[in-house]
Design a protein around this ligand. Structure first.
Ligand code: UDP
Length: 358
């Protein structure tokens, strides 16, 4: 098939502004190419595709970044910037997509406009929904598409899909990773890890508090989206508890992450999936997570990590004390069996073929 993959209007691929969608986009494109599809990627100017996506065509637009949906009030109206990436992306899809011969458009971004366009667009648009419910307008437009033809929608986890008003059982795809890019590390150091955008919905403060109680350093990888929040978390624990490692490319992230005794994953929202959970497992690092959102579905208690009641810092402390009993090889094996790039590409292909009625 000829497929147009539309990336996030939050920022360039490789910048970190798009959160987990960036890695999902590049992994999925590589997986679809591997299965023989012709793929074009529409992304913000300055985007960099990794070598595994070399056979893809890159279309770029420039413009202002879209404000992130999860940082608005639930009742906020939809915002669209006149010179924004979002309207420019979709004008290009509508104007150039049909002539370029795409059989389908695969939207990876959580924006109202492409959902609203879907029933009237001149070519089939499919959406891999990247977050749970964060606002009324998105809930409404996702429910509208679901009522019109739910085959155009897929989700990362069942608990994420449950946020939406869907007439049919959801298509749940999980996610996929280029597991060859993650090295297995058998022997951890006395170090805990936390990875993700540094923003209130990700709950870094709980992981920091647990690390402080355990007297272990917590390495933090990720883009600091909210500086005031990061400073407040830093001030909430003894100096030296947090090791700020910055936003690293995958090869460096995995090399450092693999040395951790455990990854702490402490979301305050209904996390759709939690890429960093699987990235840690791929390195052999057990995950201690709240039983909330995607991580609550991904972590296999006792096998690949431990689940703790949401917001229970004492529970995190107790669970970290038990991670030594987890076999790090079982973590890696779980990722290989359930979340490889190949598995994701096959699932996506089956979803869109069914949605096209093929
Ligand atoms: N990430 C990264 N470098 C870092 C820290 C994080 O590339 O130093 C990436 C990570 O690989 C993951 C993303 O940031 O793909 C975070 O995605 P996740 O699904 O965990 O959360 P989201 O940001 O989408 O809410």
């Amino acid at each position: 098939m000829r497929i147009l993959v539309v990336s996030t209007p939050l920022g360039a691929l490789g910048s970190g502004c798009g959160g987990g969608v960036e890695l999902t986009a590049t992994t999925l494109v590589a997986g679809l190419l591997e299965r023989g599809h012709a793929v074009t990627v529409l992304a913000a100017g300055g985007s960099v595709l990794p070598p595994a996506c070399a056979a893809a065509t890159l279309w770029t637009c420039t413009g202002q970044s879209q404000p992130s949906a999860q940082h608005q009030e639930r009742s906020a109206p939809i915002t669209m910037l006149a010179d924004g990436l979002l309207p420019r992306f979709w004008r290009r899809v509508l104007l150039e997509g049909p002539a370029a011969g795409f059989e389908l458009v695969l939207n990876l971004a959580y924006d109202w406009l492409p959902f609203w366009l879907t029933p009237t667009a001149p070519l089939p648009i499919f959406h891999l929904v990247s977050m749970g419910s964060v606002g009324d307008a998105m809930d409404g437009v996702i429910a509208d598409v679901a009522r019109w033809d739910q085959r155009r929608l897929a989700f990362h986890s069942a608990v994420q899909a449950a946020d939406f008003n869907l007439p049919q059982p959801p298509v749940v795809l999980g996610n996929g990773f280029d597991l060859a890019a993650y090295g297995f590390c058998a022997e951890p150091e006395p170090l805990l890890g936390w990875a993700g955008r540094v923003a209130p919905e990700k709950g870094l403060e709980d992981a920091a508090a647990a690390a402080a109680q355990l007297g272990l350093p917590l390495a933090v990888w990720g883009l600091v989206e909210d500086r005031a929040y990061a400073a407040a978390v830093e001030a909430s624990v003894p100096a030296g508890t947090l090791q700020w490692r910055g936003f690293l490319p995958t090869d460096q992230l995995q090399e450092q992450l693999g040395r951790c005794r455990a990854l702490l994953n402490t979301p305050k929202w209904n996390e759709a999936y939690g890429n960093v959970v699987v990235e840690a497992l791929a390195c052999g690092v057990p995950v201690v997570a709240y039983r909330r959102g995607g991580p609550g579905e991904l972590v296999q208690p006792g096998l690949t990590g431990l689940l703790v009641e949401p917001d229970d810092v004492g529970g995190l402390v107790a669970a970290v004390a038990q991670v030594g009993a987890i076999d790090r090889r079982a973590c890696r094996q779980w990722a290989q069996a359930n979340a490889s790039r190949e598995v994701l590409a096959e699932r996506v292909e089956a979803w869109v073929l069914a949605g096209l009625g093929l």
